[in-house]
Design a protein around this ligand. Structure first.
Ligand SMILES: *Cc1c(COP(=O)(O)O)cnc(C)c1O
Length: 396
């Protein structure tokens, strides 16, 4: 792909790269898809020719996984990428590579529940200190800096409240302090938001979500701005054995090819649904970055080229009414996960964010009545019709 990356000096567009980057016809058969290299080891030509073909053992590298790494590095505009068995393993690799006992990290106060758990329940046991900071206020990040701060990890839009962090502003603060800024870009993907172009050092993904897009895998990735940062991650990956398996990488490679088309359709559905909910008398609050009422709309438009397909709302009648709606709705599936072609409805307090303490949830605005929607690719009229019927049932 690297030779195909430019055509007559003109850089190839995103749609072309999401299909072709990292993938070349198989040299043996011409297979247009990168094969699933289901192998443990790689036979070497001779002792002196060790690693001549680039591979030794599948913990240290696998050609199917490599194709995905090259593709994701290309799409995010990074020097390189490492892939992992889950998004949580990707975040763990960032912590292991760049934090030592006694170091301090600043993390967005609204993050995926698993990120909060990994920080407070696992890495804190090894002497790493964490501050959960409202990173939507760059000054709060500056104030939270300590002499031992090594990393700022932000998630924007944040799961589940959709609070945004100004990536360029926080990257500038991190650079000035000589520390790293990692951005969890799971919700918007490089199609809509490219943190490295805004100054970040690392981009983390749960590829489970939009890259796969079909509810078929769990996986994660870290794209690094420099080869040196990537080498630190790759060392941790080989040392700890946190890898992505080839079959999952192969499925994710297929998902990537339609990323932009899926996101556009899913985002258009999300906007239509947000507008419907905003006008519905049974709905108390709706939050979607594409609505005029979204509090950080200017930032949403400045740092991303789309609003994404995640939204949340609260119904009148509080928690009981919200649960009743989730239990009775058709078409939508009550399930964890997001980003897939199937539309999913989630109660974060019971499901994705159950391990965040109640006081902390309240503090950051994850209310008991919050209903999270991951909008899929079904007909918008069917998705809206199902919400309409479920809301009508509440009034009855
Ligand atoms: C799902 C998710 C993760 C964790 O990814 P897994 O693949 O489930 O381990 C991390 N960050 C965000 C924003 C997520 O939505």
């Amino acid at each position: 792909m690297n030779d195909a990356k430019r055509q007559e000096g003109r850089p190839l567009g995103f749609d072309t790269r999401q299909i072709h980057a990292g993938v070349a016809p198989d040299p043996v058969t011409g297979s247009i898809l990168t094969p699933i290299y289901q192998t443990t080891t790689y036979v070497q030509e001779s002792v002196d020719q060790y690693l001549a073909k680039g591979y030794s053992y599948s913990r240290s590298g696998n050609p199917t996984v490599r194709a995905l790494e090259v593709k994701l590095a290309d799409l995010e505009g990074g020097a390189d990428c490492t892939c992992y068995g889950t998004g949580m393993a990707a975040l763990q690799a960032v912590y292991l590579a760049f934090l030592n006992a006694g170091d301090h990290a600043i993390v967005s106060d609204v993050v995926y529940g698993g990120t909060y758990r990994l920080s407070t329940k696992v890495f804190s046991r090894f002497g790493v200190q964490f501050s959960f900071v409202d990173t939507s206020q760059p000054d709060a990040v500056r104030r939270a800096l300590r002499p031992n701060t090594r990393l700022v990890l932000t998630e924007t839009p944040a799961n589940p409240t959709l609070k945004l962090t100004d990536i360029a502003a926080v990257s500038a603060i991190a650079r000035e302090a000589g520390i790293l800024h990692a951005v969890d870009n799971t919700f918007l993907t490089p199609y809509y938001q490219r943190p490295l172009e805004l100054g970040a050092d690392l981009v983390v993904h749960s590829t489970t979500k939009y890259f796969d897009g079909h509810n078929a895998t769990v996986g994660g990735a870290v794209v690094a701005r420099t080869a040196e940062l990537d080498r630190a991650l790759r060392f941790i990956q080989n040392a700890t054995g946190m890898i992505m398996a080839p079959h999952g990488a192969w499925l994710t490679l297929q998902g990537c090819k339609t990323l932009s088309v899926r996101l556009e359709r899913q985002s258009a559905n999300a906007l239509a649904i947000a507008r419907f909910l905003e006008a519905h008398p049974q709905v108390a609050t709706v939050c979607y970055p594409g609505l005029e009422s979204f509090p950080q709309r200017e930032l949403a438009m400045r740092q991303a080229s789309g609003f994404g397909a995640m939204l949340w709302f609260e119904v009148r009648g509080g928690v009981a009414a919200g649960k009743a709606l989730m239990d009775r709705i058709r078409v939508w599936s009550l399930a964890e996960n997001l980003g897939s072609v199937e539309s999913l409805i989630t109660h974060p307090v019971t499901m994705t964010h159950a391990d965040v303490e109640e006081a902390e949830r309240r503090r950051v605005g994850i209310s008991d009545g919050l209903v999270r929607l991951s909008v899929g690719m079904e007909d918008a009229t069917d998705l809206i019709g199902a919400l309409d019927a479920a809301l009508a049932g509440l009034g009855a």
